[in-house]
Ligand binder design. Sequence first.
Ligand SMILES: Oc1cc(-c2ccc(F)cc2)cc2nccnc12
Ligand SMILES: [Mg+2]
Length: 214
Amino acid sequence: MALSKEERILEFVLKNAVRGDPDSVVDTIDRYCSSKEWAMNVGNEKGLILDKIVKETNPSVLVELGTYCGYSAVRIGRLLKPDARFFTLEVNPKFADVARQMLEFAGLKDKVQILEGATYDIIPQLKKKYEVDTLDFVFVDHWKDQYKPDTLLLENCNLLRKGSVILADNVIVPGAPDFLKYVRTCGKYDCTNYLSHLEYMNEDDALEKAVFRG
Ligand SMILES: Oc1cc(-c2ccc(F)cc2)cc2nccnc12
Ligand SMILES: [Mg+2]
């Protein structure tokens, strides 16, 4: 069977990046996806904004919704303190398998836990099954129609506390209008928009930061 695009990206990393060096993994994925095949990684331009917000937050317990090939899991994982607990959720088994190998190659296997399944099944398990109290940081980068429902689920599962940071990718393209309207008007969040560009393209895109008021 021919390799999938995600497997081609992984193969390029295994051949061209430096094992155990997360920065080289991130740079190598960006090189492949900007020159050979576009893929929906957050990319380096929005990635630098993500880095800055992760560093400012310095999270101890965090979740990513949508792992894909593991690009942002490597990006975030490389900035975390040794005892941080980072869960990344992926519904597609093939993507989860690529991400698992990507994280292992980057040397982040023990820092990032990939949870395979639907966010609406896993989020309600975080407290009891994964011993999470509340979340310091959530990176939302999965299917746009899930952004608002999963934000409501995080609230209703009491996983957010005063200061919990939700950072959402793609609020312009593909866009998550119902999520944006909700976090900006419900009165529970302080919102900031970070205008940038769609990964590997010149098209506008943005990240939205929504800090829970508690
Ligand atoms: O960063 C992203 C970009 C796109 C995407 C696809 C096709 C286009 F034409 C433009 C943008 C989809 C995404 N789905 C899930 C998570 N992140 C995504
Ligand atoms: Mg995205």
